[in-house]
Design a protein around this ligand. Structure first.
Ligand SMILES: Cc1cc2nc3c(=O)[nH]c(=O)nc-3n(C[C@H](O)[C@H](O)[C@H](O)COP(=O)(O)OP(=O)(O)OC[C@H]3O[C@@H](n4cnc5c(N)ncnc54)[C@H](O)[C@@H]3O)c2cc1C
Length: 343
């Protein structure tokens, strides 16, 4: 349906930092950037509506004195099956405890262990981890993080949150000046649609941060919320950015069944927490047979291969579209396997 735009002059808004997205990425960046200048956060629904808000199980970090960075790094490299960049894994894991402390300082309340001696926080265990290292807030970890971060951001004088503002496209200097795109081209803002007022505004900024989350909604059945449309990836692509690693999409093997009618309405499937498997839950077929080892032991090179093979065996009703969407991503112009594996 075409949207009728109002005929009045649209606003031009200037800010030091323009953050597109209000999940954990956008909010945590905004909270830090607010110490350096003004920040505008653009979010296409209410602030909390994000994948972050639906995350359940928790965040892995080395918090137990019996645990070690080496062990967490090794577990991660094993799960990555040769595709991880070791320096990145090391950096992320070694940063983990500090970032957790920061979240706690910002007001996130992780579930406590209840023991008077020993560990302060209750650490869960999930698939792939040889130790208990998952900090969680009951089974609504993401909701707790989103609550604390959005409260913290809304208290900052330097941050303004624009809810129901939909970013449409990045403003590139070359395009604005009518020049040919050059390597030194810069992104200087974004065009944003105010959904309620039906107006388009130009936000100008020294720094533009894309924090628009994932693209899980390309699948017919997904646990991702409706906002996960890959808008930011598409905007970056249109602006000339090189897109990589598109085949790395996390696959949640357990969710509540969605009926055909619900699927028609594109309702997200409710995730059955991965913590269930971490605590020893076993996936079985309808006739009670265990099956996941078959896919693990096949030593596939990546998860999309596992996904495709499982969809053949277990999801005949979605099989065609499921496989097609994966195949489309595999084939798409901006997914170059040589890039992703070689870098
Ligand atoms: C059901 C579920 C369970 C999960 N469980 C876990 C878990 O236990 N542990 C874990 O580590 N991870 C988990 N994840 C993954 C985790 O939630 C995400 O990796 C993480 O939250 C991504 O954060 P983000 O800030 O990058 O994106 P998001 O949280 O998705 O935020 C994206 C933001 O961008 C906004 N946006 C998008 N497009 C536009 C646009 N065009 N204009 C304006 N705004 C836009 C959205 O409205 C939203 O505010 C889970 C995900 C799901 C869906």
């Amino acid at each position: 349906m075409a949207v009728k735009l109002k005929k009045r002059r649209n606003m031009e808004i200037e800010t030091d930092f323009l953050v597109l997205g209000s999940g954990i990425t956008g909010l945590s960046f905004a909270i830090k950037a607010a110490n350096l200048g003004t920040v505008a956060i653009i979010t296409k629904k209410e602030t909390i509506e994000s994948s972050t808000n639906y995350a359940q199980g928790g965040i892995a970090a080395v918090m137990d004195p019996l645990d070690s960075y080496e062990s967490h790094i090794q577990d991660t490299l094993t799960c990555g099956d040769g595709l991880c960049k070791e320096d990145v894994v090391k950096f992320v894991i070694e940063e983990g405890p500090e970032r957790i402390k920061e979240l706690i300082q910002w007001g996130v309340e992780f579930s406590r262990s209840g023991s008077t001696e020993g560990l302060l926080y209750d650490l869960g265990r999930e698939g792939g981890h040889s130790m208990r290292r998952i900090l969680h807030a009951k089974d609504s970890t993401g909701r707790e993080i989103e609550r604390a971060l959005s409260e913290k951001a809304s208290l900052s004088k330097n941050i303004r949150i624009y809810e129901n503002y939909f970013s449409i496209d990045l403003i590139m200097r070359s395009k604005l000046l009518g020049l040919d795109p050059a390597p030194e081209d810069r992104c200087i803002g974004a065009y944003v649609f105010d959904i309620h007022q039906k107006e388009i505004h130009a936000f100008r900024s020294k720094f533009v941060i894309l924090a628009t989350g994932g693209a899980g909604k390309v699948y017919l059945v997904t646990t991702n919320p409706d906002i996960a449309n890959g808008d930011g990836i598409a905007m970056a692509y249109r602006a000339g950015a090189q897109i990589a690693n598109m085949e790395f999409i996390q696959f949640h093997p357990t969710s509540l069944y969605t009926s055909e009618k619900e699927r028609d309405f594109h309702a997200p499937a409710f995730l059955i927490s991965e913590a269930v498997r971490g605590f020893g839950g076993i996936l079985r077929t309808q006739d009670g047979k265990e099956f996941i080892e078959k896919y693990d032991s096949l030593l596939f090179s990546n998860k999309s291969d596992i996904c495709r093979c499982m969809s053949d065996d277990f999801f005949p009703f979605t099989s065609h579209k499921f496989k097609k969407s994966i195949a489309d991503i595999d084939k798409s112009a901006f997914c170059q396997r040589s890039d992703t594996h070689g870098n």
